[in-house]
Design a protein around this ligand. Structure first.
Ligand code: SF4
Ligand code: SF4
Length: 356
């Protein structure tokens, strides 16, 4: 059974002490022995978001690595949707605005998937049919990877942590699109459509046009973000009934492919999850986000499934009663994507919690 180290928030001192303690407990120095360049995978947060993992924690990880002779860089990938982080240039601007600078981190922030989010290394695995996973090139070129995640709710996976950070966060746009594609909108109730054009305005991809007062979708441009469905005032649009389940299956499959690739490429990986400022939705939300639980603390493991399962179980203990758990929070089973990942060798659903 996988070990998950847990440092409760009451015992946490400075970010430096927290991160140093976790990295020591994981014996990362031994795990990364023989490695030179370490990629620290984070989520920089959307422009306007305020609840992503604070740069001071990432800076502490950089210090620990640098003091032990590792070369470190901090990294994230571009978004699939058109927005403030959809190219490397804009992504680096948002990173700087959100506090991830060379001065604050002690290491540079670089974008892992190239200028336009298309620079990756193909990795074929038997459990994904009809798509070859494309892993962002910086992870292929690094010697070791430290995945620092924010434990919080997520509108489409129920919970977002290490597995989500691997599946969506470590791949190029092509594989992000593969995961999102089941969430394909269509005009489910033509009789409710008033021809108002709100769906056209909602689509930054320009994938919707009105033809004779009704929406027509260009699916080759659609990135399945769901924006038009949410914006339609009469609820005339919908996505296929099994879209959420299929999306979660794909998230789990891709995460397992990334873990499998890292193993085959002999890249050691460690996972740290910060369970503070726990929000209903993910760090892609471009505004201050609703807090749903008391701060829990910090978790660490070499198993991404186990660290997510432990995070979910712990956070649910600290969640304000009116929210009623992750499944209730966004109407999605938070462990569905974890079970899919686990079934394909990404890690274990059972864990032993080691309280520090
Ligand atoms: S889901 Fe709707 S808003 Fe999003 S890209 Fe597709 S058509 Fe556009
Ligand atoms: S937003 Fe809804 S009601 Fe308005 S045009 Fe689009 S589908 Fe029709």
């Amino acid at each position: 059974m996988a070990e998950v180290f847990f440092l409760p928030v009451e015992k946490a001192a400075t970010p430096r002490k927290v991160m140093f303690k976790l990295l020591e407990e994981l014996i990362v120095e031994e795990l990364f022995a023989g490695c030179n360049t370490v990629a620290i995978k984070i989520h920089i947060g959307e422009r306007g978001n305020t609840t992503y993992v604070h740069p001071s924690y990432v800076a502490a990880v950089v210090s620990w690595l640098r003091e032990r002779g590792f070369d470190a860089f901090v990294t994230d990938t571009t978004t699939l949707y058109v927005g403030p982080r959809s190219t490397a240039i804009s992504c680096m601007e948002v990173a700087a605005e959100n506090g991830f600078t060379l001065e604050s981190l002690g290491a540079p922030f670089i974008v892992a998937d190239g200028l336009k989010g298309e620079d990756g290394v193909l990795y074929k695995c038997e459990w994904i049919k009809g798509h070859v996973v494309e892993i962002a090139r910086a992870f292929y070129e690094a010697d070791a990877i430290l995945v620092v995640s924010h434990g919080k709710g997520h509108g489409m996976t129920g919970f977002g942590g290490a597995i989500k950070n691997l599946s969506m966060g470590c791949v190029t746009k092509a594989t992000k699109r593969y995961q999102h594609s089941p969430y394909r909108p269509f005009l489910a109730f033509p009789e409710l459509c008033t021809g108002c054009g709100e769906c056209v305005k909602a689509c930054a991809q320009k994938a919707v046009t009105l033809v004779e007062g009704k929406p027509v979708f260009r699916y080759e441009q659609c990135i399945s973000c769901g924006g038009c469905v949410v914006r339609c005032p009469t609820h005339a649009l919908a996505v296929p009934e099994d879209a959420i389940e299929e999306f979660n299956r794909r998230v789990g499959w891709v995460a397992a492919a990334v873990v499998d690739a890292f193993r085959k490429w002999r890249k050691p990986v460690a996972y740290i999850t910060v369970a503070e400022q726990i929000t209903k939705l993910c760090d892609c939300v471009p505004k201050p986000n609703e807090i749903v639980a008391r701060d829990v603390g910090f978790l660490a493991s070499t198993d991404p499934v186990a660290v997510d399962c432990a995070s979910i179980d712990l956070i649910e203990e600290y969640m304000y009663p009116e929210y009623g758990g992750f499944a209730n929070l966004n109407g999605v089973d938070p462990k569905l994507h974890l079970r899919e990942a686990s079934a394909r060798g990404a890690g274990e659903l059972e864990y032993v919690l080691v309280k520090l």
